[in-house]
Design a protein around this ligand. Structure first.
Ligand SMILES: [Zn+2]
Length: 392
């Protein structure tokens, strides 16, 4: 049996694994599995289908029945390259009441607390089960959550309320926008610009799609938001082009134009509807180009898709978090998380974790000792709730 570690010791261990999304997370997963198993907790591993250097891990404590509370975190962190750090990013260093280190805030602090309380729950015994779910590839489009959820549901009794521990200062966050992105490649036809009517300028056709995005933003902003959508800022779906490249010279019609088109959806809006509308606008522009030069085309590649987290009507996960934190404020955030994937898979989901999102991804990322302590107190209350059958 490995020593029973404190949350702080577990955090130090987790941070010491440089689990940047582009690299392996297996040493961390091995450690978590060994630690939990050494305490008699059965663990399950899901290997990435295409990249064997990555895995997710999940575990269950308590009666083998449905209805667990699930603690969900991601193991990957963002890179430190190009950032100026005052100490080794992969070592937890305490200064001025703050625990510095990559991932302390986003979100190994929560993971450490979740691993710790799972072991506590195992020894203390619980009436209602507790599950742990640690994913990979969250930072590169939340792509690790769907296969993890699918595997968990196949192997374990299905949990019902998921707490996604992204940094929220231990407040209850009940909603976020969804996102999706397209990579657009317009292939035009090069001629001298003096006879541009015989060519197809990829930039000038691409701009038609961008201008459509502008018009959609104007249309969306004029709509009256309904229900929970009104909580968002702004309370409408936005379309955005943040980068564009193309063209050869001022007097040649551009052969290529490439840009990214990103959407942030309010939960009441349908991503599929917007994807369809994008495809049909692209088809119109393409048809227009092809009447001039038939071999021109527009390619559309989907880059990522994160479902929105819809605030639930009297949701169970939210109810649990409100009860344990005493936080009754309504809060939605602009960043995407794995909570939307869990909700899509039929779980009640809420975001609640230690730390401030403002510190995530920054040089000298930190989690305050105070927030870490608040997280620990939260876990203790959660354990008490799981040991007690009253009202859970
Ligand atoms: Zn995160």
């Amino acid at each position: 049996m490995m020593d029973r570690l404190s949350p702080r010791k577990i955090l130090e261990k987790l941070v010491s694994f440089p689990t940047v999304s582009s690299d392996t997370n297996l040493p961390l997963i091995d450690w978590v599995e060994n630690y939990l198993r050494s305490h008699g907790i059965e663990t399950f591993r899901h290997l990435h289908e295409l990249d064997p250097r990555k895995a997710a891990v999940f575990a269950h404590v308590g009666p083998k029945e449905v209805g667990a509370v699930v603690l969900s975190g991601h193991t990957d962190v963002v890179p430190v390259e190009g950032q100026s750090w005052n100490s080794d990013p992969f070592e937890v260093v305490e200064r001025d009441g703050k625990l510095f280190g990559r991932g302390t805030c986003d979100m190994k602090g929560f993971n450490a607390l979740a691993i710790w309380i799972l072991v506590e729950a195992h020894y203390a015994g619980v009436i209602r089960p507790l599950q742990l779910a640690l994913s990979y590839d969250e930072e590169i489009g939340c792509t690790g959550a769907p296969p993890l959820i699918e595997n968990m549901s196949a192997v374990l009794p299905k949990g019902s309320a998921v707490i996604v521990g992204e940094p929220s200062m231990m407040g209850a966050v009940t909603g976020h926008k969804g996102g999706t992105g397209f990579h657009v490649h317009v292939r035009g036809y090069e001629v001298h610009s003096s006879i541009m009517h015989t060519g197809a300028n990829a930039i000038m056709y691409g701009v038609k799609l961008i201008d459509w995005a502008n018009k959609m933003n104007t249309t969306n902003s004029a709509k009256e938001p309904t229900g929970a959508d009104a909580m968002f800022d702004p309370p409408w779906t936005t379309l955005h082009v943040g980068r564009i490249e193309g063209g050869t010279a001022h007097n040649i019609t551009a052969l290529d134009c490439r840009f990214g088109l990103d959407f942030r959806f309010i939960p009441g809006d349908s991503p599929e509807k917007w994807k369809d509308q994008t495809r049909s606008r692209v088809a119109e522009i393409e048809a227009e180009m092809q009447t001039v030069v038939p071999e021109t085309y527009i390619e559309l590649g989907e880059t990522y898709g994160v479902p929105a987290l819809r605030p639930e009507e009297d949701g169970e996960a939210e109810r649990i978090v409100r009860r344990l934190t005493g936080d009754n404020a309504s809060r939605v955030v602009s960043y995407g998380t794995e909570a939307g994937h869990f909700q899509n898979a039929g779980y009640s989901a809420v975001i609640c974790g230690p730390g401030d999102i403002a510190q995530a991804h920054q040089p000298d990322e930190f989690l305050s000792v105070e927030q870490f302590e608040m997280g620990r107190a939260f876990m203790c209350k959660l354990l008490a709730m799981l040991r007690d059958d009253e009202g859970v």
